[in-house]
Design a protein around this ligand. Structure first.
Ligand SMILES: [Zn+2]
Length: 277
C-alpha cells in the first residue's frame, strides 16, 4: 500500500491540467461529495454529478461548474455517460439529471431502477429517443454483474449494500460501477457502499476478473479496519481516492487529523489527479 502511495505522489497534480493534452495521461476531476469526472482522451464520464443536498455536511457542486456542464464548457464538455450510484439526495436529483439528458442528447445514463423510476416520473411521455439512453440497473444484492457497452466504454455493475446495513437504508439500491474507458483506464465507483466483507465475498469473481486502476471509495471504508480489508482484499485497485468527505475536513493535508495521514481524499471541488497509462 505504502509503495503505491509513493508512486502515486509523483503523479499528483493540483492544478487543473487538461488530461487530453497529454496523450499518455488520464485523470479524475472532483465535482463534490461523490461526484467525479473521469477523462481519458476524448472519452469522459461522470459519477453522481447532479444532486442538491449536502445535509450541511457535504460540499455541493459549485454553481459555475454545474453551469459549465450544462453549457458544455471545457473541460466539462463531451460527456459520454453519467452513472448514478443510488437515489439519495446527496448523490442524485432526478429533475437536474433529466434536464441534463435533454440538454445533451448524446449522453447515456446508467442508474439503479429506483433512480430511473424517479427520473421517468419527471418526464411527461418520455420520447423513445430519451428512453433509449436511460439504462435501468435492476439487481439484487447477490445477482451477478450486469455488463453494458457503449462506444469507448465497457461498463459493469453490481449491487452492494448501502452503508448502515442492515439497520439503515437496507432497501436502497446502491450500485458499484466498474467502467473501462477506451480499453485503457478502469475506474470503480462504490457509491455509499457498506464496509462489511460479506457483501463483497459473494462477488469475488467480479472483483478478480478485472483489476481497477482507480477506485473511488467512500471515505468510511478507508477509516475503518473492516473497510480497509474490503479495499485491500476485494476492491484491490492500483490506487484509491476517498470521497464523500465532510466539508469540514481541511483541504491542506497537513491540517487534517492524524487518521487521514497517508490517505488520498477529495476535499476541494475542482481538484484533479492525473495518472499515467
Ligand atoms: Zn446514500
Amino acid at each position: 500500500m505504502k509503495l503505491r502511495t509513493l508512486a502515486f505522489l509523483f503523479l499528483f497534480s493540483l492544478h487543473a491540467a487538461a488530461f487530453a493534452d497529454d496523450e499518455h495521461g488520464w485523470g479524475a476531476r472532483y465535482l463534490a461529495n461523490a461526484g467525479v469526472m473521469i477523462e481519458q482522451g476524448e472519452t469522459k464520464v461522470l459519477f453522481d454529478p447532479f444532486f442538491r443536498d449536502g445535509f450541511g455536511f457535504y460540499d455541493l457542486v459549485p454553481e459555475e461548474t454545474e453551469s459549465a456542464l450544462f453549457d458544455g464548457v471545457a473541460p466539462w464538455d463531451g460527456i459520454d455517460a453519467i452513472f448514478i450510484s443510488h437515489y439519495h439526495g446527496d448523490h442524485f436529483h432526478p429533475g437536474v439529471v433529466t434536464d441534463y439528458l435533454r440538454r445533451w442528447p448524446s449522453v447515456h445514463a446508467y442508474a439503479p431502477q429506483q433512480a430511473v423510476d424517479a427520473l421517468l416520473a419527471e418526464v411527461n411521455e418520455p420520447s423513445e429517443e430519451l428512453l433509449a439512453r436511460i439504462h435501468a440497473i435492476d439487481l439484487e444484492r447477490d445477482s451477478e454483474a450486469l455488463e453494458f457497452e457503449l462506444e469507448g466504454l465497457f461498463i459493469e455493475a453490481v449491487r452492494i449494500a448501502h452503508a448502515g446495513w442492515p439497520n439503515r437504508h437496507s432497501d436502497t439500491e446502491n450500485i458499484v460501477y466498474r467502467v473501462t474507458l477506451d480499453d485503457s483506464a478502469t475506474v470503480m465507483h462504490l457509491g455509499d457502499a457498506d464496509s462489511g466483507k460479506e457483501h463483497y465475498e459473494v462477488h469475488d469473481e467480479y472483483w478478480q476478473k478485472q483489476k481497477s486502476d482507480l477506485a473511488l471509495v467512500p471515505v468510511w471504508l478507508m477509516l475503518s479496519e473492516k473497510g480497509q480489508h474490503v479495499i485491500d482484499e476485494h476492491v484491490d485497485a492500483e490506487h484509491e481516492i476517498g470521497m464523500h468527505v465532510f466539508k469540514s475536513i481541511p483541504d491542506n493535508p497537513e491540517e487534517r487529523e492524524p487518521k487521514f495521514e497517508g490517505l488520498d481524499i477529495f476535499t476541494e471541488p475542482g481538484e484533479t489527479r492525473s495518472f499515467e497509462q
